[in-house]
Design a protein around this ligand. Structure first.
Ligand SMILES: [Fe+2]
Length: 167
């Protein structure tokens, strides 16, 4: 998915001009809470822009597998990422913990890779692409999630413009 991520990044300034093409979601069923802008990038790829909020003290970030292959670029802030591996639907032990900073990117290409992300010292901004879904369980909210308010949406777009120095 890395080449797709790079392709999406190259087109991002253009894509952000078309505000109507982006849908929004506020994901707050489990920490870390996420503000999301997303759009269909091509037939098999979705493009997401995320503001990930830090967990509150004592909260544990959601450890999860993904529904399909993904690649991510951190564009502002930093987060700790824990990684594990399991074919089951229960959280495996953590195999590795790393800190990712602005400019880092990574790909999750195995259906049984699990991770959690926990921003450090403030929220993070990141770009993610996802490909054709696998036949694999991944966590979903059991409550309806709201869209971003118009002002949340504008601030998020503006923050991506600033972080990426888009015109
Ligand atoms: Fe994830």
């Amino acid at each position: 998915m890395m080449p797709t991520l790079f392709k999406a990044e190259a087109k991002l300034a253009e894509l952000l001009k078309n505000r109507e093409a982006w849908r929004t979601l506020f994901i707050d069923y489990h920490p870390p809470y996420v503000e999301r802008l997303w759009m269909q990038f091509d037939t098999e790829t979705r493009l997401y822009l995320h503001r990930i909020h830090p967990c509150e003290p004592g909260e544990k970030a959601l450890f999860h597998p993904h529904a399909g292959p993904t690649a991510v670029r951190i564009v502002n802030g930093r987060y700790q990422m824990d990684v594990g591996f399991s074919e089951e639907d229960d959280a495996p032990p953590v195999l590795m913990s790393s800190i990712y900073e602005s400019g880092s990117c990574y790909e999750m290409s195995n259906p049984d890779a699990w991770h959690s992300v926990s921003p450090i010292g403030g929220s993070s901004l990141s770009i993610m692409v996802s490909g054709k879904p696998w036949n694999r369980w991944s966590p979903k909210s059991d409550k309806p999630l709201r869209e971003l308010t118009p002002s949340e949406r504008e601030v998020l777009v503006l923050d991506f413009h600033l972080a990426l120095q888009l015109g």
